[in-house]
Design a protein around this ligand. Structure first.
Ligand SMILES: [Zn+2]
Length: 289
């Protein structure tokens, strides 16, 4: 069989395209980790702001309690001084009552002030720790960003090289139209856009092609033309196997295939499918790329 220049070209193109598409996938997935770290940083910054506001409010409350305590202290000591200058029992009883109330108020405010001061101290420590965490996370994001940027630019350069390589391989052998169609097929079919046909079976989708279709395919191939699998839309080429092996791929011999099955199991029920008509309803029917 004469070499089909187009097919050889497409096979080489496929290798380069596979590499290119896998790099493009990396470009898509690379910044995902960075976005996760950035989102974590934003959450931590919000938590820091909330804590900072709470800490400030607590310090202010402690200050206010401190002033009120000082006032209560002055009031109580003032009453105590007045006690020394009382002349009547009636005045004494009235002032005693005021002094008792003032003492209670003073003690209450002292307790509240001390407890608020403690809380303010605790929040200050917590805030300092949170600040450290935010700074660490910021550094992590910067580091990740630099890493992603450098990797992305490296990958971008490599992709440009592969693009150039594709154009070189393509040359004038493959038309622009076929090239773009083939790129789409390789991309959509997980990197496999050109597959051999063994006997009557497409190695891309494992389906049995009609006898006449394979005969036509072989003729086209000799005339430097290409054709597509009517089931999976991949470009197909007939690969000559040794007669013993090829027997396994001839329709009449495919006794172990289950209809619609993707694999050629060597065991199982003897069930054959009608290969002379294309079943349009079959999963993964022909797509026009
Ligand atoms: Zn196929």
């Amino acid at each position: 069989m004469a070499d089909n220049e187009k097919l050889e070209c497409l096979k080489r193109l496929q290798e380069v395209l596979q590499e290119k598409f896998s790099l493009e996938q990396q470009v898509e997935s690379l910044p995902a980790d960075l976005r996760k770290e950035e989102s974590l940083l934003r959450t931590m910054e919000r938590e820091y702001d909330d804590l900072s506001a709470l800490s400030e409010a607590t310090v202010n409350e402690a200050k206010s309690l401190s002033i009120r305590y000082e006032d209560a202290f002055q009031l109580r000591t003032g009453y105590e001084k007045q006690m020394e200058f009382l002349s009547t029992q009636r005045e004494y009883e009235a002032l005693s009552k005021q002094l008792e109330d003032a003492k209670v108020q003073e003690q209450t405010l002292l307790k509240q002030r001390n407890s608020k001061n403690k809380e303010a101290e605790r929040l200050k420590t917590e805030l300092a720790a949170k600040e450290g965490e935010v700074e660490a996370q910021k550094a992590k994001v910067e580091e990740e960003k630099a890493k992603v940027d450098s990797e992305l630019s490296g990958i971008g350069e490599k992709i440009a090289e592969l693009d150039a390589q594709c154009l070189e391989i393509k040359g004038s052998t493959i038309s622009d139209e076929l090239y773009s169609k083939f790129c789409n097929i390789v991309r959509k079919k997980s990197g496999v856009g050109i597959v051999p046909v063994h006997g009557q079976v497409c190695m891309g989708c494992d389906r049995v092609l009609p006898v006449q279709f394979v005969i036509d395919l072989r003729l086209k191939q000799e005339n430097n033309e290409i054709d597509y699998c009517p089931y999976c839309s991949r470009i197909i080429w007939y690969e000559q196997l040794d007669p013993e092996t090829e027997k396994n791929y001839i329709f009449e011999q495919l006794e172990s295939r289950g209809a619609g099955s993707e694999s050629r199991a060597s065991s199982g029920e003897e069930k054959v499918q009608d290969s002379d008509t294309y079943d349009e309803s079959m999963e993964g029917g022909f797509e026009d790329f």
